[in-house]
Ligand binder design. Structure first.
Ligand code: KG4
Ligand code: ZN
Length: 338
């Protein structure tokens, strides 16, 4: 019999529902919350209210688009954490209600495992899946980690940021330049017209496989402040060069550690995951390093990089197969051990 999983993701500011059947993606709906734009960042209380308004239509449409009805679903998987507690509560409460109504198992998914396992979502465009063990560079708005993935349920963090996440570095520097939120995609777009070597920013490289981004942010701020003293138009005039140089620095920091980890471990199966994996500079650099070093590189399609429920559904699929069900006393957690 087929295994059909409904996935629900509500950890931050996107309400998403997806249906997968035996690992194949049937539908993946994402409702972005525009309400945060004017505040320059996610407002938690507004996010949970928007999730409440969105969740029923999003799930309903995802099931319909899959050509199914609620009674066809085998199990429901939801994001247990990490994330915003109020947002997670909306998704988990809905998932519990759905599971009770259909009398089907409930499966908790760690959001970060979802990002990593998004590589196993099967679509007609996906020709190869990573082989275990593989090394995953997980880069999002809240996390920056190098993860050694030995199996669907065996993952070990071998390097992580000691301060800000890579996405945060993009977003905070973008905010200073007045580029809105989230800034990563805007920096990426503007960087295409700029010179990546125009400016040099601090590139802290902490010991071992750990990352650091807060020094870069500070050096970016001070540099901009000094330049603006002499030339008030500096930011407007050089926006593309600033974006290109910032992106180049972030990508170099990430790539140095990814290459070091792959070399130390002797691993050639290399994957990117998380929102920052959408960055064109990082994608190109990973592909180029892969060609040079003989890697099999796995770069996710754009729709599987930022938060989506398909990744929760696929992680839930493998947990369901292992019989790891949650009971209805399950509570979401803002912080969840990896
Ligand atoms: O994984 P994600 O959707 O949410 C979290 O779990 O954090 O990642 C969101 C992050 C944001 O910081 C956003 O600016 C960044 O991913 N991002 C990008 C790009 N697209 C999204 N950063 C750089 N370049 C992009 N193209
Ligand atoms: Zn995420």
């Amino acid at each position: 019999m087929s295994v059909i999983i409904l996935g629900i993701e509500s950890s931050c500011d996107d309400t998403s529902a997806a249906v997968i059947k035996d690992g194949w993606l049937l539908s993946n709906l994402i409702s972005n919350q525009k309400v945060h734009e004017e505040y320059g960042g996610v407002v938690p209380e507004l996010a949970s209210r928007a999730h409440q308004a969105n969740i029923i239509p999003v799930v309903d449409t995802a099931i319909k688009q899959a050509g199914l009805s609620p009674s066809d679903i085998t199990a429901v998987a939801f994001t247990q954490g990490p994330g915003l507690l109020g947002s997670l509560l909306v998704g988990s409460s809905f998932a519990k209600g759905f599971a009770l109504a259909q009398n089907i198992p409930l499966v908790e998914v760690n959001h970060l495992h979802g990002h990593i396992l998004s590589h196993f979502i099967i679509t007609s465009d996906r020709t190869k899946l990573p082989k275990f063990p593989f090394l995953c560079l997980l880069v999002s708005g809240g996390h920056t980690q190098l993860v050694l993935v030995s199996d669907f349920d065996r993952m070990e963090i071998i390097g992580k940021t000691i301060d800000d996440a890579a996405g945060e570095a993009f977003d905070k520097c973008a905010k200073v330049m007045g580029l809105g939120y989230p800034g990563g995609p805007v920096v990426d777009r503007l960087a295409a017209q700029g010179d990546p070597k125009a400016f040099k920013f601090a590139k802290p490289l902490p010991h071992g496989l750990d990352f650091s981004f807060s020094g870069l942010k500070t050096s970016f701020l001070y540099f901009l402040r000094d330049q603006l003293k002499d030339n008030p138009n500096f930011m407007e005039d050089r926006k593309a060069d600033l974006c290109a140089s910032l992106q180049h620095t972030i990508v170099t920091i990430l790539m140095d550690k990814l290459i070091a980890a792959a070399t130390n471990l002797g691993i050639k199966e290399i994957a990117l995951a998380g929102g920052v994996a959408a960055n064109s500079g990082l994608r190109t650099a990973t592909l180029q390093a892969g060609e040079r070093l003989g890697w099999n590189t796995y770069i996710p399609e754009f729709k599987f990089t930022t938060d989506n429920a398909a990744m929760i559904a696929i992680a839930g699929h493998y947990k369901y197969l292992r019989g790891e069900y949650a009971d209805h006393s399950s509570v979401p957690k803002a912080r969840l051990p990896f």
